[in-house]
Design a binder for this molecule. Structure first.
Ligand code: HEM
Length: 330
């Protein structure tokens, strides 16, 4: 995706100069360039990698493999690679995926430096991903060292969601020119958009409290959060009902006011994601939280979170960066 600039060659050919080596040195050096669209694809890859690791991380917990590697950063005391054993292998594969995620976020930083035009906000946002991944590696280590104590498991999940937020904003901004946009909806609906992001966060946070209190909070042995499970489930589902009501009300208001196709699509997607996640939530609750459904519920939380963020971000229209704007000849 990196493109070398051949601008000098084209000018030389057009002007009949012929030999490019006659041109000044700085115009002959092939400087790597990345179009806004190519950079946006890299940011999408970073977002997908983060979503992927959240799901594989949850799979580690739900298969009881969290302490498959009992040490950190090595798997077992001086052993870096896991022994050929089920739980150790699952935990080890998840740690390897962390390595891949680290590479992708570093590429996002490097890409921001060669993106044309270069933008400081994108570099900062991509550095935010690197900081978050370093934080996750340290927090993951602490989670293992504290033998999957629920507050660590919860902090690990919450930081993942913050990273997803960072990646969604980076991906969104990478696609436009960085200037303030034009609101597509009245102020009242933009406030509802912000409220939806807050409600999504509270739904996720209360969900992690349910997990920390229930059977999938960590290892079988570790003590759970000291809450009444029925009460936390009621609070969690109550927040979700409120979230759904506000999302539907927003959709109705948007339809009444008339809005752009993208906003309409985003709000329908958000309502559909909340309903699907709610159905999974109730089904898993009434069937004794089978691990596979819980895994689906984790994937659903990420989907709902991204849908809420994307809806709010798309309430403002931005101009697109001109892809591959020609580099001035001098
Ligand atoms: C927008 C809708 C919802 C969101 C975003 C959401 C989010 C979450 C999250 C993030 C967790 C923690 C996952 C983990 O750490 O493994 C969770 C757990 C849970 N949620 Fe929800 N949830 C939603 C709807 C519901 C509903 C309607 C119910 C119905 C009772 C429900 C029941 C549960 C249960 C029982 C758990 C614990 C699963 C376990 O044992 O790990 N959820 N939820």
């Amino acid at each position: 995706m990196l493109e070398a600039s051949h601008q000098h060659q084209t000018i030389a050919d057009r002007q009949g100069i012929g030999n490019v080596t006659d041109l000044p040195y700085d115009r002959c050096v092939r400087s790597p360039r990345l179009s806004p669209r190519a950079y946006q694809r890299i940011t999408l890859l970073a977002l997908l990698a983060l979503v992927f690791i959240i799901i594989t991380g949850a799979a580690v917990r739900l298969t009881g493999s969290g302490l498959g590697c009992s040490d950190w950063p090595t798997c077992e005391s001086s052993r870096i690679i896991a022994p050929a054993e089920y739980h150790a292998m699952i935990e080890f594969i998840n740690r390897t995926i962390t390595g891949l995620v680290s590479v992708v976020v570093i590429i996002a930083v490097l890409g921001s430096l060669v993106r044309t035009p270069r933008r400081r906000d994108l570099t900062w946002l991509s550095l935010g991903l690197v900081a978050g991944v370093i934080g996750q590696i340290l927090l993951g280590g602490l989670t293992v060292l504290f033998e999957l104590h629920p507050p660590f498991v919860i902090a690990h999940f919450v930081l993942s969601m913050l990273l997803v937020w960072n990646a969604v904003v980076l991906h969104h901004r990478a696609g436009h020119d960085g200037r303030p946009g034009l609101p597509l909806v009245p102020q009242r609906i933009r406030q509802l958009g912000r409220a939806l992001v807050v409600l999504a966060s509270v739904a996720i946070l209360t969900g992690t409290l349910v997990t920390g209190t229930g059977p999938h909070g960590g290892d079988e042995e570790v003590s759970r959060l000291p809450f009444d499970i029925t009460l936390v489930v009621r609070i969690h589902s109550g927040v979700v009902w409120l979230f759904l009501i506000v999302a539907v009300a927003t959709l109705v208001l948007l339809r009444r006011n008339g809005t752009s196709e993208i906003v309409d699509r985003r709000s329908k997607l958000l309502v559909a994601a909340i309903v699907a996640q709610g159905v999974i939530g109730y089904t898993q609750y009434f069937t004794g939280v089978p691990p596979l459904l819980v895994l689906l519920h984790v994937a659903g939380s990420v989907t709902v979170w991204i849908a809420a963020l994307a809806f709010t971000l798309d309430l403002t229209a931005h101009s697109v960066d001109r892809p591959d704007a020609p580099v001035p000849a001098s």
